[in-house]
Design a protein around this ligand. Sequence first.
Ligand code: CTP
Length: 402
Amino acid sequence: MISILQGKKIVLGVTGGIAAYKAVELLRLLVTGGAQVQVVMTRSAQEFVTPLTFQALSGNPVHLGLFGPDADPLEHISLAQEVDALVVAPATANCIGKLAAGIGDDLLTTLILAATRPILICPAMNVRMYENPVVQENLERLRQRGLAVMPPDMGEMACGAYGSGRLPEPAAIVETLAGLLSPKDFQGYHLLVSAGPTHEDLDPVRFITNRSTGKMGYALARMARRRGAKVCLVSGPSSLAAPLGVERLMVRTALEMQQVLLERFPRTDALLMAAAVSDYRPASFAAGKIKRGSAEMMVNLTHNPDILESLGALRTRQVMVGFAAETDDIQAHAQQKLERKKLDMIVANDVSAPDSGFAVDTNQVTLLHRSGVVEALPLLSKDEVADAVLDRVATLLADVPK
Ligand code: CTP
C-alpha cells in the first residue's frame, strides 16, 4: 500500500529524555510506512536507548557525532541536503534551547541548522520544565522561524507528575509528519465530511443500523486535513479515533446527523457525504424495553429524510459529493442517485465485494461526474481512494468563486 511516506528520506533525531524509548516505535512506524530513515542520536540519548536498537530497525548505521574515527566531518551537510523532512522526538528543553539560540554543537543541531526541508519538533519533558517561560519562548521562536512544533500530550509522566509534557503517541507524530509532507492544495477551504452508520432506536436497548464502520469517511477527513483543509467530521457511532487536527462531532441518528450538517453546511466549501444513513427509523420509540411476545412481531418503520437532498436545497457555492453503496447494477444506480441528489460527483462501490465497502481497508470505486465522465479506479487503500476523490474535489473547487 502506497503511503505518503513511501520512499521519503527522513531524519529522526533522538535526544536524551526518558521518552527516547518511544522513538523506537516511531522509527518502526516510519519504516513500515516505507520511509528511509537515518537516525541521529545525541550523546545523552545514548544513555537511554542503545544505537543498536535504532540501527537494527532502520537498517542503517546510526549517526552519533560530528567527530571521531568513523565520523564524516561533512555528514551534517550531506544529510541535510538529502532529506525530505526531519523529526526530533523526543526534543529535550536543552535541544530546543540550542536550536532557538542557533547553537550547533553536535551532529543533530548542526544538521538542523543546515536543513532546508520541513522540521518537526516534538517536545517531551517534565510539566514544570515545559511550562517554564524560557522553554515556551524558545518554542515560539522555533515556530516563528517556520519549524513545526507538536504540542505534547497531557498525562502522567515518568517522574509521577501530571500535566503537559508527554511525548505524543508515535502514530500521531507520523500523522503530523505526513501533513508536513503533503501538498497544501486545500489550504483555506472548509470541508464537511460525514461518516459511519446511524443508529435508529427501537427501545432503550435496541436499534437498527448497518455495517458501515466509518473507515472511508475518516480517511477522507484525515487526508483532507493533511492537505491543509479545515475539516469538520460528522460521525455516526464508530470505534475509530478522531483524526488528528479534525473537528469531530458525534451523532447517533439520521435526524441528528441532518441537524448538525444543516447547521454546518452554509460555512462549507465542499461536502463529502460518506455516511451510511439509515433510510428508515422505527415509527415509534418504546420508552421501556420491548418484551418477548408472540412468535411474530411487526415493527413499523418511517422514512428518514434524504440528507443530501435537503442540503442540496440550501446550496449556494458548495461542491457536493455523494457515495453510493450498491450490490448490483452499480453504475446505473449510482447514476440515478447522482442526478436525483444533484451532485457534482458520486463515488460508487460494490459493498458485496470482499475487498471493497464496509469494514475493510481497501476499496474499489467508480467515480461518476456530473459532466458524464466515468472513471473506474483500481483496488486501492481507503487513504488512496480518499486522495483520488480529493484530487477531483480540488479541481471542482478551483472553478467555484470563493
Ligand atoms: N444519503 C442521505 N440521506 C439518506 C440516505 C442516503 O444523505 N437518508 C446519502 C448517503 O450518505 C450517500 C448517498 O446519499 O452519500 C447515497 O446513499 P445510498 O444509501 O447509497 O442511497 P439511497 O439514496 O439511500 O438509496 P438506496 O438505499 O435505495 O440505494
